[in-house]
Design a protein around this ligand. Structure first.
Ligand SMILES: Cc1cc2nc3c(=O)[nH]c(=O)nc-3n(C[C@H](O)[C@H](O)[C@H](O)COP(=O)(O)OP(=O)(O)OC[C@H]3O[C@@H](n4cnc5c(N)ncnc54)[C@H](O)[C@@H]3O)c2cc1C
Length: 370
């Protein structure tokens, strides 16, 4: 491999953002070089996503989706970005994920099956059991590998963006308008840094959950892209809004494991050890399907008020056992493996007793990041 690669488009990151950008650019006839830091290109937040991805519900419309997103965003969402997402998002999910990649989403009566999640007024989430992200990522990487215009380089870590401004010997260049000519990239197997020169560079390096003590995010979610963009002079805003999940299975020594919001979407309810529900107190309209910040703060208040280290999530009272196994096989398997040996199937003499999936929140509320 040369120490210099020249390409039309450099894409940094092989998750759903980088992968779909690569497909669109390559389909348009551009030469795409995609790099990803892990040796396994599947490694990403995308691969770990559980519950599903927003599509469109029955009697849904861009206006309804927009309304739900704006409400859940508590006044922080950029209206123009939300409008674009609500208008174009569902169509792109169909075009890229359903028609092009043929991701094996669950179906019902011959159509994609729709689930509901927090903050949504109607079911509009499509899913592949509780492994939706893996189903998407596997199909995506396969398509990228087969595309003649795409070179996919795994085990290559972008270190810094190549911008005339911040790498110039002339220090005054930093005051000129920014442009990006590619990136410095570490080829980990060869142990050397090379330059990738590109007409366009796309940063799609995912989140930064790993900067927090506890996170459901994979090890690679450490904010490389944000740091590179910041060093190159980009404005970083709203950095407090990191991707997080309110409900996580925590056990000393085990990796915190997400209990998907889709579980609450299916009817699971937060409660205390004695079965007392509490979400109606905080969100009479949405209860357990309130937006994530509301759910997290509610859990936090409950723990503070009652001097508790965790609360519980009850599936068994509200979701039939067969459905739990069919919809959430990964979550059930994890819980069984890590100590909660309660099988959600009704047992003689125990019918009606709720299955309490152990969950724990360490630092919930705004600062909680998992
Ligand atoms: C456990 C879990 C469950 C989730 N469930 C859902 C869900 O049900 N529904 C939903 O909509 N969202 C869900 N999410 C969020 C969703 O997964 C992410 O928002 C989405 O996958 C982000 O995609 P991305 O392409 O931006 O980033 P990622 O998928 O994280 O991809 C980032 C890529 O960049 C690479 N990279 C990072 N740094 C560098 C570098 N310096 N050089 C080269 N490559 C680099 C990584 O290796 C990776 O390939 C979940 C997230 C997690 C962690």
């Amino acid at each position: 491999m040369e120490d210099l690669i020249e390409t039309d488009v450099l894409i940094i990151g092989s998750g759903i953002a980088g992968g779909s950008a690569a497909l669109v650019a390559a389909d348009a006839g551009l030469r795409v070089t995609m790099i990803t830091r892990s040796r396994d290109p599947l490694s990403s937040n995308t691969n770990w996503a559980q519950g599903g991805i927003i599509y469109k519900g029955k009697d849904d419309s861009p206006a309804l989706l927009e309304e739900d997103i704006i409400a859940a965003g508590a006044g922080y969402c950029n209206p123009a970005a939300v409008a674009q997402l609500a208008t174009e998002g569902p169509g792109l999910v169909k075009k890229i994920l359903i028609d092009r990649l043929k991701v094996p989403f669950d179906t019902h009566d011959g159509d994609v099956s729709l689930a509901r999640e927090g903050g949504h007024h109607l079911p509009r989430i499509i899913h592949a059991a509780d492994r939706t992200g893996a189903a998407i990522e596997i199909a995506l990487i396969e398509a990228l590998r087969q595309h003649p215009n795409i070179a996919l380089l795994a085990g290559h870590t972008a270190i810094d963006l190549l911008t005339p401004a911040h790498h110039a010997l002339d220090r005054l260049r930093i005051y000129e308008p920014q442009s990006c000519a590619g990136a410095y990239v570490l080829d980990r197997a060869a142990g050397r840094v090379m330059r990738v020169l590109a007409k366009r560079t796309v940063l799609a390096t995912g989140g930064l959950g790993q900067i927090f003590l506890r996170s459901t995010n994979p090890p690679g979610a450490r904010g490389d892209g944000l740091a590179m963009a910041y060093r190159a002079g980009a404005r970083v805003i709203n950095a407090e809004f990191v991707q997080f999940h309110p409900t996580v299975f925590v056990q000393p020594g085990a990796q915190p494991f997400l209990i998907s919001e889709a579980v609450r979407g299916d009817g699971a309810q937060l409660c205390h050890a004695d079965g007392t529900r509490f979400m109606a107190k905080y969100s009479p309209e949405w209860k357990d399907l309130a937006p994530r910040d509301v759910v997290s703060r509610s859990i936090y208040f409950e723990m503070l008020e009652n001097g508790l280290s965790h609360v519980y999530l009850d599936l068994r009272s509200t979701i039939p056992a067969e459905r739990i196994h069919a919809h959430f096989p990964t979550i059930v398997a994890f819980c069984v493996e890590h100590g909660d040996r309660s099988d959600p199937r009704p047992r003689p003499g125990r019918a009606g007793r709720p299955l309490l999936l152990r969950r724990s929140v360490d630092r919930p509320g705004g600062a909680h990041n998992d």
